[in-house]
Design a protein around this ligand. Sequence first.
Ligand code: B12
Ligand code: SF4
Ligand code: SF4
Length: 389
Amino acid sequence: MRSAPLSVQQVARLKAFLHTEAERLGFCALAVTPARSAPFSRERLAEFVDLGRHGSMQWLAETLDRRAEPQTLWPEARSVIVLAMNYGPDRDPLENLAHPQNATVSVYARNRDYHDIIKGKLKELAGKFASRAGGDVKVFVDTAPVMEKPLAQAAGLGWIGKHTNLVSRSHGSWIFLASIFTTVDLAADAAEVDHCGSCRACLDACPTDAFPAPYQIDARRCISYLTIENKGPIPREFRTAIGNRVYGCDDCLAACPWNKYAQAASEAKLIAREDLRSPPLSGFLAMDDAAFRAFFSGSPVKRIGRDRFLRNVLVAVGNSGEPDLAPPCEALLSDASPLVRGSAVWALSQLTAPRRMHELAAQAGQEPDADVRQEWQLALGAGNELEQG
Ligand code: B12
Ligand code: SF4
Ligand code: SF4
């Protein structure tokens, strides 16, 4: 149902109300754009998918039409209220990369899952707005088929930087995005323009060369994709470059000079848990499913499950240069998960002498999984066939 048009004064009062309430709820910025696709966003999303840069994120291709056009997602929508929440780190987010025996969890995942935090606040704001303005509302954060960055740029919250994330002149790039769609026509705010200039710090900072060109990303090469979205083994070509990053990556964001304006998160649930600032890798290797769930209760890390998390930890262990981590890895050679077994083979191959690898292969016996067999073959060197199960 389309809402009745409001006077200029009514719209101004509603927007003032939205700003006050959003600030009270802990959002750092809010702006409005019409419920129309942002310029070029459809073509660029289609190109990204056509080139296969979405990897296994098939949902990006399946929802393309709704994602590219807000009114295909919800025909009655007239305006989109875009919001940002600051999750800025309180110290150098990359300092832990210099401690290869500890794990680096990306800044956004060092405490509670932002989806849960933002969704509750969005619903509260949307409910209050709807009771004043009339009409219907729908709230979205991250997982819905909405192109949050182009809408945020169109609303004026910031611009999509060369690292393909939104950068704000006042808050830098450590911001989450969310939106409220409404059937009410609200006056649009002015779009933001690009302030990257000749800078290319983010492009040069990427450890896996995931930017085919400025403003374009190949998700298949991005550590965030490889450690979070990707369900299979981590492709060998990226394992060394991943270093000790066990969940996501922040290097391109951290490189951005506009973060000099960023502030540390004020929302307590987004401030890093002490035990996630620099957790020793050794502490994760013995985790079973129950221990993993308990440790990551309420955290976004829980989403990938124990096996994928251990896969990531084992890649970091392989990069740690720490032979003391070999014994707990050996125990994982007989793990129930082929993903974990295969990653343990690789980690050990980086830490252990070839003779020991041959002893371990003999002890491992028959291997039913083809991927794990291949890991063994590569770890033992060509010509060493492992028995098939
Ligand atoms: C899929 C996805 C990913 C993928 C792909 C990343 C990407 N850049 O799109 C992966 C898994 C790699 C990923 C990683 C991360 N993500 Co993510 N992700 C998403 C998601 C769900 C969809 C994004 C999407 O549609 N991508 C497809 C591309 C084609 O769309 P697009 O980037 O909007 O496209 C624009 C640009 O590419 C640009 N463009 C393309 N070609 C060209 C050419 C020229 C000349 C120009 C000027 C522009 C241009 O224009 C396009 C359209 O306007 C959004 C949430 C959402 N619903 O939007 C979160 C989101 C983008 N992610 C977010 C975050 C925080 C991250 C990470 C930082 C997490 C981490 N620490 O590990 C990393 C950052 C990696 C990076 N450099 O982008 C935040 C970003 C907030 C912000 N400030 O922008 C979002 C918005 C989630 C949220 N609700 O806050 N993510
Ligand atoms: S998040 Fe890391 S791997 Fe992904 S594009 Fe940025 S720097 Fe590269
Ligand atoms: S690091 Fe430089 S090029 Fe990259 S987003 Fe920031 S300003 Fe733009």
